[in-house]
Design a protein around this ligand. Structure first.
Ligand code: BJW
Length: 245
Protein backbone atom coordinates (compact mmCIF):
# COMPACT_ATOMS: atom_id res chain seq x y z
CA UNK A 1 0.00 0.00 0.00
CA UNK A 2 1.32 3.46 -0.93
CA UNK A 3 1.64 5.68 2.17
CA UNK A 4 0.15 9.16 1.79
CA UNK A 5 2.80 10.65 4.06
CA UNK A 6 6.43 9.67 3.84
CA UNK A 7 6.83 9.36 7.60
CA UNK A 8 9.82 7.48 8.95
CA UNK A 9 10.07 5.71 12.32
CA UNK A 10 13.54 4.73 13.52
CA UNK A 11 14.00 2.29 16.39
CA UNK A 12 17.44 2.48 17.96
CA UNK A 13 19.19 0.23 20.49
CA UNK A 14 22.47 0.01 22.35
CA UNK A 15 24.46 -0.73 19.17
CA UNK A 16 24.14 2.86 17.95
CA UNK A 17 25.93 4.14 21.06
CA UNK A 18 28.63 1.44 21.12
CA UNK A 19 31.07 3.47 19.03
CA UNK A 20 30.57 6.41 21.41
CA UNK A 21 32.00 4.20 24.17
CA UNK A 22 28.84 2.85 25.83
CA UNK A 23 28.50 -0.89 26.32
CA UNK A 24 25.71 -2.91 24.73
CA UNK A 25 23.78 -5.49 26.79
CA UNK A 26 23.98 -8.85 25.05
CA UNK A 27 27.28 -8.73 23.14
CA UNK A 28 30.11 -10.89 24.52
CA UNK A 29 31.51 -8.02 26.62
CA UNK A 30 28.05 -6.53 27.24
CA UNK A 31 26.45 -5.36 30.49
CA UNK A 32 24.57 -8.64 31.02
CA UNK A 33 27.86 -10.55 30.94
CA UNK A 34 28.90 -8.68 34.09
CA UNK A 35 25.68 -8.31 36.11
CA UNK A 36 22.49 -10.37 36.23
CA UNK A 37 19.26 -8.79 34.97
CA UNK A 38 17.47 -10.17 38.05
CA UNK A 39 19.88 -8.25 40.31
CA UNK A 40 19.66 -4.78 38.74
CA UNK A 41 16.89 -4.37 36.16
CA UNK A 42 13.62 -5.45 37.77
CA UNK A 43 11.32 -3.77 40.32
CA UNK A 44 11.91 -6.80 42.61
CA UNK A 45 15.69 -6.17 42.53
CA UNK A 46 15.10 -2.55 43.54
CA UNK A 47 12.85 -3.57 46.43
CA UNK A 48 15.33 -6.23 47.58
CA UNK A 49 18.56 -4.23 47.27
CA UNK A 50 18.02 -0.55 46.36
CA UNK A 51 21.66 0.32 47.07
CA UNK A 52 22.92 -2.18 44.51
CA UNK A 53 20.48 -0.98 41.85
CA UNK A 54 21.19 2.72 42.53
CA UNK A 55 24.93 1.93 42.39
CA UNK A 56 24.54 0.22 39.01
CA UNK A 57 22.78 3.26 37.51
CA UNK A 58 24.99 5.82 39.32
CA UNK A 59 28.02 4.18 37.67
CA UNK A 60 26.37 4.35 34.22
CA UNK A 61 25.29 7.99 34.75
CA UNK A 62 28.81 9.23 35.54
CA UNK A 63 30.42 8.78 32.08
CA UNK A 64 27.54 10.69 30.45
CA UNK A 65 28.04 13.58 32.87
CA UNK A 66 31.85 13.56 32.43
CA UNK A 67 31.58 15.01 28.92
CA UNK A 68 33.76 12.18 27.54
CA UNK A 69 30.89 10.34 25.85
CA UNK A 70 29.78 12.10 22.68
CA UNK A 71 27.33 11.35 19.87
CA UNK A 72 28.94 9.56 16.92
CA UNK A 73 28.43 9.85 13.17
CA UNK A 74 25.32 7.64 13.30
CA UNK A 75 23.53 9.88 15.84
CA UNK A 76 24.59 12.95 13.80
CA UNK A 77 23.27 11.46 10.55
CA UNK A 78 19.83 10.74 12.11
CA UNK A 79 19.61 14.32 13.41
CA UNK A 80 20.38 15.53 9.88
CA UNK A 81 17.71 13.24 8.41
CA UNK A 82 15.09 14.62 10.83
CA UNK A 83 15.90 18.19 9.74
CA UNK A 84 16.14 17.63 5.98
CA UNK A 85 13.50 14.93 5.34
CA UNK A 86 10.36 17.12 5.72
CA UNK A 87 11.50 19.43 2.88
CA UNK A 88 12.70 16.50 0.80
CA UNK A 89 9.66 14.23 1.12
CA UNK A 90 6.96 15.97 3.18
CA UNK A 91 7.07 13.46 6.03
CA UNK A 92 8.29 13.46 9.62
CA UNK A 93 11.13 11.46 11.14
CA UNK A 94 10.64 10.11 14.67
CA UNK A 95 13.27 8.23 16.65
CA UNK A 96 12.01 5.71 19.18
CA UNK A 97 15.02 4.80 21.26
CA UNK A 98 15.41 1.98 23.75
CA UNK A 99 18.54 3.72 24.99
CA UNK A 100 18.54 5.62 28.25
CA UNK A 101 21.58 7.73 27.26
CA UNK A 102 21.22 11.30 25.96
CA UNK A 103 23.21 10.97 22.72
CA UNK A 104 20.34 11.47 20.25
CA UNK A 105 19.27 14.76 21.83
CA UNK A 106 22.88 15.90 22.18
CA UNK A 107 23.29 15.26 18.44
CA UNK A 108 20.26 17.50 17.78
CA UNK A 109 17.35 15.06 17.34
CA UNK A 110 14.08 16.56 18.60
CA UNK A 111 11.35 14.11 17.55
CA UNK A 112 12.49 11.55 20.08
CA UNK A 113 10.73 9.04 22.32
CA UNK A 114 12.74 7.36 25.11
CA UNK A 115 10.60 4.23 25.47
CA UNK A 116 12.85 2.73 28.20
CA UNK A 117 13.33 6.04 30.03
CA UNK A 118 16.29 8.33 30.60
CA UNK A 119 19.17 7.82 33.00
CA UNK A 120 19.63 11.58 33.44
CA UNK A 121 16.19 11.80 35.05
CA UNK A 122 14.83 10.52 38.36
CA UNK A 123 11.29 9.42 39.17
CA UNK A 124 9.66 9.68 42.58
CA UNK A 125 8.25 6.35 43.77
CA UNK A 126 5.76 8.24 45.96
CA UNK A 127 4.20 10.84 43.61
CA UNK A 128 5.54 9.80 40.17
CA UNK A 129 7.13 13.20 39.42
CA UNK A 130 10.02 13.05 36.95
CA UNK A 131 12.93 15.44 37.44
CA UNK A 132 16.44 16.02 36.03
CA UNK A 133 19.13 13.91 37.71
CA UNK A 134 22.74 15.07 37.40
CA UNK A 135 24.11 13.25 40.42
CA UNK A 136 24.19 9.96 42.29
CA UNK A 137 20.90 8.71 43.71
CA UNK A 138 20.42 6.83 46.95
CA UNK A 139 21.89 9.29 49.44
CA UNK A 140 18.72 10.50 51.13
CA UNK A 141 17.53 12.94 48.46
CA UNK A 142 14.01 14.32 48.76
CA UNK A 143 11.51 14.74 45.93
CA UNK A 144 11.21 18.38 44.83
CA UNK A 145 7.47 17.84 44.18
CA UNK A 146 6.16 15.96 47.23
CA UNK A 147 9.09 16.22 49.65
CA UNK A 148 9.27 12.46 50.36
CA UNK A 149 12.78 11.35 51.29
CA UNK A 150 14.60 8.36 49.74
CA UNK A 151 11.90 7.63 47.16
CA UNK A 152 13.76 8.72 44.01
CA UNK A 153 14.65 5.97 41.53
CA UNK A 154 16.24 6.10 38.06
CA UNK A 155 13.62 7.04 35.42
CA UNK A 156 14.17 3.80 33.50
CA UNK A 157 11.90 0.92 32.47
CA UNK A 158 12.79 -2.39 34.07
CA UNK A 159 11.62 -5.85 33.02
CA UNK A 160 7.98 -6.31 33.93
CA UNK A 161 7.26 -2.56 33.72
CA UNK A 162 5.30 -0.85 30.95
CA UNK A 163 7.52 0.95 28.40
CA UNK A 164 6.69 4.64 27.93
CA UNK A 165 4.41 6.27 25.31
CA UNK A 166 3.28 2.95 23.77
CA UNK A 167 0.01 4.32 22.31
CA UNK A 168 1.89 7.10 20.56
CA UNK A 169 4.51 4.65 19.25
CA UNK A 170 1.93 2.24 17.79
CA UNK A 171 0.17 5.21 16.15
CA UNK A 172 3.43 6.27 14.50
CA UNK A 173 4.16 2.71 13.34
CA UNK A 174 0.73 2.53 11.70
CA UNK A 175 1.35 5.76 9.81
CA UNK A 176 4.91 5.30 8.54
CA UNK A 177 6.21 4.51 5.07
CA UNK A 178 9.59 3.35 6.36
CA UNK A 179 10.60 1.58 9.57
CA UNK A 180 14.34 1.46 10.29
CA UNK A 181 15.80 -0.64 13.12
CA UNK A 182 19.34 0.22 14.20
CA UNK A 183 21.69 -1.49 16.67
CA UNK A 184 19.21 -3.65 18.54
CA UNK A 185 19.37 -7.41 19.06
CA UNK A 186 15.60 -7.89 18.89
CA UNK A 187 15.48 -9.75 22.19
CA UNK A 188 13.27 -7.40 24.18
CA UNK A 189 9.54 -6.88 23.69
CA UNK A 190 7.51 -4.88 22.84
CA UNK A 191 10.27 -3.15 20.77
CA UNK A 192 11.17 -6.45 19.06
CA UNK A 193 7.62 -6.63 17.67
CA UNK A 194 7.57 -3.16 16.09
CA UNK A 195 8.79 -4.44 12.72
CA UNK A 196 5.79 -6.75 12.37
CA UNK A 197 3.43 -3.99 13.49
CA UNK A 198 4.87 -1.56 10.91
CA UNK A 199 4.59 -4.18 8.16
CA UNK A 200 1.19 -5.47 9.14
CA UNK A 201 -0.65 -2.31 10.11
CA UNK A 202 1.23 0.38 8.24
CA UNK A 203 2.51 -1.64 5.27
CA UNK A 204 5.84 0.13 5.66
CA UNK A 205 9.10 -0.77 4.01
CA UNK A 206 11.30 -2.22 6.77
CA UNK A 207 15.08 -2.26 7.04
CA UNK A 208 17.50 -3.54 9.66
CA UNK A 209 20.87 -1.79 10.04
CA UNK A 210 22.96 -3.71 12.55
CA UNK A 211 26.38 -5.19 13.15
CA UNK A 212 24.95 -8.68 12.64
CA UNK A 213 21.52 -10.26 11.98
CA UNK A 214 19.20 -9.69 14.95
CA UNK A 215 16.78 -12.24 16.43
CA UNK A 216 14.07 -10.77 14.18
CA UNK A 217 16.16 -10.37 11.03
CA UNK A 218 13.82 -12.44 8.86
CA UNK A 219 10.92 -10.05 9.53
CA UNK A 220 12.68 -7.21 7.68
CA UNK A 221 12.28 -6.66 3.94
CA UNK A 222 15.87 -5.42 3.70
CA UNK A 223 19.01 -5.61 5.84
CA UNK A 224 22.53 -4.20 5.85
CA UNK A 225 25.26 -5.25 8.26
CA UNK A 226 28.26 -3.33 9.60
CA UNK A 227 29.17 -0.73 12.24
CA UNK A 228 26.57 2.00 12.73
CA UNK A 229 29.04 4.82 11.99
CA UNK A 230 29.58 3.34 8.51
CA UNK A 231 26.04 2.23 7.71
CA UNK A 232 23.89 5.08 8.98
CA UNK A 233 25.56 8.12 7.35
CA UNK A 234 25.63 6.23 4.03
CA UNK A 235 21.98 5.17 4.30
CA UNK A 236 20.87 8.70 5.26
CA UNK A 237 22.72 10.11 2.23
CA UNK A 238 20.93 7.53 0.08
CA UNK A 239 17.50 8.40 1.51
CA UNK A 240 18.05 12.14 1.07
CA UNK A 241 19.22 11.63 -2.53
CA UNK A 242 16.78 8.97 -3.76
CA UNK A 243 13.92 8.79 -1.21
CA UNK A 244 12.45 5.50 0.01
CA UNK A 245 13.23 2.87 -2.61
C1 BJW B 1 26.00 -2.75 16.78
C2 BJW B 1 27.26 -2.22 17.04
C3 BJW B 1 27.71 -1.21 16.18
C4 BJW B 1 26.87 -3.72 18.52
N1 BJW B 1 26.95 -0.81 15.16
N2 BJW B 1 25.26 -2.34 15.76
C5 BJW B 1 8.32 -13.88 27.10
C6 BJW B 1 8.10 -13.67 25.75
C7 BJW B 1 7.99 -12.38 25.23
C8 BJW B 1 8.10 -11.27 26.06
C9 BJW B 1 8.32 -11.49 27.41
C10 BJW B 1 8.42 -12.78 27.92
N3 BJW B 1 8.65 -12.68 29.25
C11 BJW B 1 8.70 -11.36 29.58
C12 BJW B 1 8.49 -10.64 28.47
C13 BJW B 1 8.47 -9.15 28.37
C14 BJW B 1 9.85 -8.56 28.57
C15 BJW B 1 10.80 -9.17 27.54
O1 BJW B 1 10.88 -8.76 26.41
N4 BJW B 1 11.59 -10.15 27.93
C16 BJW B 1 12.48 -10.82 26.98
C17 BJW B 1 13.85 -10.95 27.61
C18 BJW B 1 11.86 -12.14 26.58
N5 BJW B 1 9.71 -7.14 28.34
C19 BJW B 1 9.36 -6.31 29.31
O2 BJW B 1 9.22 -6.68 30.47
C20 BJW B 1 9.10 -4.89 28.91
N6 BJW B 1 7.80 -4.52 29.37
C21 BJW B 1 6.69 -5.08 28.87
O3 BJW B 1 6.72 -5.95 28.04
O4 BJW B 1 5.52 -4.56 29.38
C22 BJW B 1 4.26 -5.13 28.92
C23 BJW B 1 3.85 -4.57 27.59
C24 BJW B 1 3.59 -5.41 26.51
C25 BJW B 1 3.15 -4.89 25.29
C26 BJW B 1 2.97 -3.54 25.17
C27 BJW B 1 3.23 -2.71 26.26
C28 BJW B 1 3.67 -3.25 27.44
C29 BJW B 1 10.12 -3.94 29.54
C30 BJW B 1 11.47 -4.14 28.96
C31 BJW B 1 12.47 -3.26 29.68
C32 BJW B 1 13.88 -3.43 29.15
N7 BJW B 1 14.77 -2.75 29.99
C33 BJW B 1 16.18 -2.71 29.64
C34 BJW B 1 16.91 -1.97 30.75
C35 BJW B 1 16.53 -0.48 30.70
C36 BJW B 1 17.37 0.37 31.53
C37 BJW B 1 18.84 0.15 31.33
O5 BJW B 1 19.42 0.53 30.28
O6 BJW B 1 19.44 -0.39 32.26
O7 BJW B 1 16.37 -2.03 28.38
S1 BJW B 1 16.90 -4.31 29.30
C38 BJW B 1 17.96 -3.77 28.00
O8 BJW B 1 17.57 -4.42 26.77
C39 BJW B 1 17.67 -2.29 27.83
C40 BJW B 1 17.65 -2.16 26.34
O9 BJW B 1 16.95 -1.01 25.96
C41 BJW B 1 17.00 -3.45 25.89
C42 BJW B 1 17.28 -3.81 24.46
O10 BJW B 1 18.64 -4.05 24.26
P1 BJW B 1 19.31 -3.64 22.87
O11 BJW B 1 19.30 -2.17 22.72
O12 BJW B 1 18.72 -4.43 21.78
O13 BJW B 1 20.84 -4.06 23.13
P2 BJW B 1 21.53 -5.48 22.88
O14 BJW B 1 22.82 -5.47 23.60
O15 BJW B 1 20.61 -6.59 23.13
O16 BJW B 1 21.84 -5.47 21.30
C43 BJW B 1 22.78 -4.58 20.73
C44 BJW B 1 22.84 -4.84 19.22
O17 BJW B 1 23.72 -3.89 18.64
C45 BJW B 1 23.41 -6.24 18.85
O18 BJW B 1 22.58 -6.83 17.86
C46 BJW B 1 24.79 -5.93 18.27
O19 BJW B 1 25.15 -6.81 17.23
C47 BJW B 1 24.59 -4.54 17.74
N8 BJW B 1 25.83 -3.74 17.68
N9 BJW B 1 27.81 -2.89 18.12
C48 BJW B 1 25.76 -1.41 14.97
N10 BJW B 1 28.96 -0.64 16.35
Amino acid sequence: MEQSKQNIVILTGAGISKESGLATFRDEDGIWSKVRIEDVATPEAFRRDPEKVQGFYNARRRPLLSGNIKPNGAHDALARLEKEWPDKAGGQVTIVTQNIDNLHETAGSENLIHMHGEILKARCGACGAVSPCQDNLGNGESCADCGEVNRLRPHVVWFGEMPLEMDRIYGLLEDCALFISIGTSGNVYPAAGFVQHARGQGAAHTIELNLEPSEGATFFAEARYGPATDLIPAYVDELLSHGIT
